[in-house]
Design a protein around this ligand. Sequence first.
Ligand code: SAM
Length: 319
Amino acid sequence: MELRDTFNRKIDYIRVSVTDRCNLRCMYCVPASPPPCLKPSRILKTEKLLQFLRIARGHGLKKVRLTGGEPLLRKDITGLVRAIREIGVEDLSLTTNGQLLPLFAKRLKEAGLDRINISLDSMRPERYRRITGGGNLQNVYRAIEQAEGAGLTPVKINMIPIRGVNDDEVAEFAALSLKRRWHIRFIELMPVGREFDSSLFDGRRVTADEARAAIRTTGELIPIGRSGSSANYRLAGGAGTIGFISPMSDHFCDSCNRLRITAAGRIRPCLFSDYEADISAASGEGDMERLLLTSVLSKAKGSLLQKSIPCDAMSQVGG
Ligand code: SAM
């Protein structure tokens, strides 16, 4: 039986945060005094995660995305990818900051990963370092190259334009799609984390409309339809595509098809929801299935956006 929520949305996509640890400190993701990372014993055990995903697969799960934290810091990420592949999902992807990807790209592909999203907020080395709290831009370029070489395609680049920080690079990022077969995605900054001052987010957010306007000064944007949360375009003659993800200015809750699992093993029906169901406490398959079904039925109709996301940092829930 497929999973349908009370608003008749079909739920067939799960995003799993496989660790809350990260090797970067992105300014909009990790607060200045970050919450302590979970002790390893508090991270959801691989067997329980797989058991849960198997149950969800039995209810029509099609897509899984691994995220974090930085998923490549998860011990035996390759083994986890292989095991999830064996469950039989149709689309298995991973979001990474790319710093460690050159070491993993080939192995991840061999283990059954389909594709990859790489976060990249600036193409200026010093600015990139500042936004990410120490990241090395060259590593990201190597990561993109290795991902393409390994066949983890299409490579998607996630860019968050932030006013006064990197918004002057929006058109430059879009232009990457002219020659490369990359999917450049502009994501609106979201108010995540209790420690952050919400005015920081409100004052700095660049909306999808604003990003489109910046790109149109350099070329025509041809709409090519939606896929999931992304409104997609192509620059005339472009090899790749451009997507806009607008959770704040034009939310896509009507077509939401996802659940999230936090690094601690809590199911969240929505990034913005404060409902959580604890998989790690489930005592058996029946109990786990009940948690899955209840979580799906707990999905709110939409836009819970007026409040900030109830967590200390994005890395706990998984971006
Ligand atoms: N460490 C990996 C990475 O950097 O891609 C995966 C985790 S990160 C939390 C996943 C995605 O969430 C990234 O593309 C990041 O840009 C996005 N993200 C984090 N905080 C965000 C925020 N406040 N608003 C919008 N997107 C955010």
